[in-house]
Write a new protein. Structure first.
Length: 608
């Protein structure tokens, strides 16, 4: 349990003093609860039975109350009981407020740490993860860890001190009777240990099922348009029911274990209480123990078993929190696959020369999708990459800003191995316009300046006009302050692409990567996009992935990929004359002959 605090020591470090103050307050509460039965003993033994037996258990003379009368003792005992109760209440209030406040602040720090770390993890990590699971770890798991930490400090810590105080006082007052009261304690500890382990395992399974549900919901609602278009609601509903039933069964298992655990603790505690009552009553009747002292022992016995019962209730919280802490730590312990190597230097302003030498790459170990790629783009030139689907075109583009690392060979920028340059300084000099432009929640202006700092509004307007964003923004009531819905679903595909081009223009990078930027657009939208791209590409090194010959014809050099290898290279006219794969693709696009040989082209590409 305390390993959780050690795991998150960095987040806790800035809250050590309030955390220590809260811990002292709950320890004070524990001391007050141990002291509360003693005024009642005074009332029973020294007020109600002033001439009873067992004088050895009366108030000691050094308190100066040896000659006090019954009414004086009653007044003092009642005042002491009231004062201790008020102090206990005040300390409990302050301790609870302080510890819960620290818990919230620590969890806010941890949540930021997890989110920040996830952003910096490489694409290879995110390719393997489910979005819903990552969201669950950043939200629900963090909340469960907060509940664990607060419970350990506000419930477990005082109960541990209560146990220590009670055992110490009981042994000092009456060692033999204390052993009788503690006779069932070992059985309680064994019961707690056994059930806690089982509940922790069940809680861990329940957390895994929670992630399955979150992943299913994320996948479904992120593709709700496709789901409704294909009327596949029933399929998703059945899948969700299956996952939900699994979570229900895991939750019922936790509840079942908890339901057995708590009554079992009650039964064991009752056995101990009956034993103390039986022996204590006999000793009171024999005159070897006062009634007040027996009441103190019974109160302590109840307080002794209360921590066990509290732990029974906390078992689920602790087990769930530990499982969540492990899941969060798993994220924080994951190192980014793409990092700056020691001695990497900041990249200067690049001229834009790009070269791949003997590059091989695979998303999985020993399964390369690129094999010995050689590619070169001179500053200010346009290089096109084409080929069948799955040939590795987008993989090549991903290596240039070092979204992935090559398995063999090297990527050079201005003649320098990209791994010798600091990652952030490289990526700031590369812009990408993808086939499906990603927009974020915010305004159109926010999306244009995304990834750029200190950009004036005039510069934004100039970039928007160059990318023909102004053509449709001027008709919007709020103009550039128009809110954009999540993923930009309120805008057309052409409008989103124009905003993406404006974003790239604002960044003003020497290298631009275009991944099918006009695919799927109507003729009018494509005209706007091509005009914007012309302005974006001017004076920059452009790497474009394309199938359309209208784009390919403009390239200074074309690389044709097939099955992860460069099979042809040259200008448009030379490749047409060679009669290879590129020539066949050109003929298919001009004739629309879907029965011609495709040399690995998919049906979609053949028809295109």
């Amino acid at each position: 349990m305390f390993l959780t605090f050690w795991r998150f020591r960095r987040a806790i470090a800035s809250h050590v003093w309030p955390l220590g103050g809260g811990a002292l307050l709950v320890i004070f509460v524990a001391a007050m609860q141990v002291a509360l039965p003693w005024p009642m003993k005074v009332i029973v033994d020294d007020v109600l039975q002033p001439s009873g037996p067992s004088e050895q258990h009366r108030l000691p003379g050094f308190l100066g109350l040896a000659d006090a009368g019954p009414l004086q003792l009653l007044l003092l005992a009642a005042a002491a009981l009231l004062a201790m109760t008020l102090l206990n209440a005040a300390a409990e209030y302050l301790g609870t407020r302080v510890l819960n406040g620290v818990g919230e602040r620590v969890m806010a720090t941890i949540r930021v740490d997890v989110f920040t770390h996830l952003q910096r993890l490489s694409l290879s990590f995110h390719d393997r993860q489910r979005l819903g699971d990552l969201v669950t770890r950043t939200t629900t798991d963090v909340d469960y860890v907060r509940a664990l930490m607060v419970s350990m400090l506000s419930v477990l810590l005082p109960n541990v001190f209560i146990l220590g105080f009670i055992v110490t006082i009981c042994v000092m007052v009456d060692p033999a009777f204390a052993l009788i009261g503690l006779a069932v304690a070992p059985l309680l500890f064994v019961t707690v240990l056994v059930y806690r382990r089982r509940i922790k395992a069940a809680s861990r399974e329940a957390r895994r099922k929670d992630s399955d549900i979150a992943a299913a919901m994320s996948e479904t609602f992120s593709s709700v348009r496709v789901m409704q278009t294909y009327t596949s609601e029933t399929r998703h509903e059945e899948d969700f029911r299956t996952r939900n039933d699994g979570r229900k069964d895991a939750g019922l298992k936790v509840i079942g274990l908890q339901s057995v655990f708590s009554p079992l603790v009650d039964v064991i505690a009752t056995l101990g209480t009956v034993l103390v009552l039986w022996v204590g009553a006999q000793r009171v009747l024999e005159g070897t123990m006062t009634l007040g002292l027996l009441l103190v022992f019974l109160a302590y016995l109840k307080a002794l078993y209360a921590p066990m019962k509290a732990l029974a209730k906390l078992t689920t919280v602790i087990s769930r929190g530990q499982a969540s802490a492990e899941r969060i730590q798993e994220i924080l312990d994951t190192a980014p696959a793409i990092t700056d190597k020691p001695g990497a230097r900041p990249a200067p302003r690049l001229a834009g020369a790009v070269e791949l030498r003997g590059v091989s790459f695979g998303y999985q170990e020993n399964r390369d999708v690129l094999h010995g790629i050689d590619l070169k783009a001179e500053p200010g030139n346009m290089v096109a990459i084409t080929g069948p689907t799955g040939a590795g075109k987008s993989s090549v583009a991903s290596l240039i800003p070092r979204l992935y690392d090559v398995t063999q060979g090297s990527v050079f920028l201005d003649g320098v191995d990209i791994r010798d340059l600091q990652l952030a300084t490289v990526r700031r000099q590369v812009s990408m316009v993808l086939q499906e432009s990603i927009l974020f929640r915010g305004t159109i202006h926010d999306n244009i300046v995304y990834g750029s700092e200190g950009v004036s509004r005039e510069h934004v307007y100039a970039a928007a006009q160059a990318a023909y964003v102004d053509e449709f923004v001027r008709n919007l009531p709020l103009g550039y302050d128009t809110p954009v819905a999540e993923r930009g679903v309120t805008l057309s595909g052409g409008q989103r692409q124009r905003i993406a081009i404006a974003r790239a223009l604002v960044r003003d990078t020497p290298i631009v990567i275009l991944d099918e930027p006009t695919s799927g657009l109507d003729a009018i939208s494509e005209q706007y996009i091509m005009r914007g791209l012309d302005r974006l590409m001017a004076g920059r090194t452009v790497i474009v992935i394309a199938h359309r010959l209208s784009t390919l014809q403009r390239a200074d050099q074309i690389y044709v990929l097939d099955h992860g290898r460069v099979v042809e290279t040259g200008r448009h006219g030379d490749l047409i004359a060679s009669g290879g794969l590129y020539s066949r693709l050109d003929r298919l696009q001009h004739t629309g002959d879907t029965h011609a040989p495709t040399l690995g082209l998919t049906q979609t590409e053949t028809i295109a």
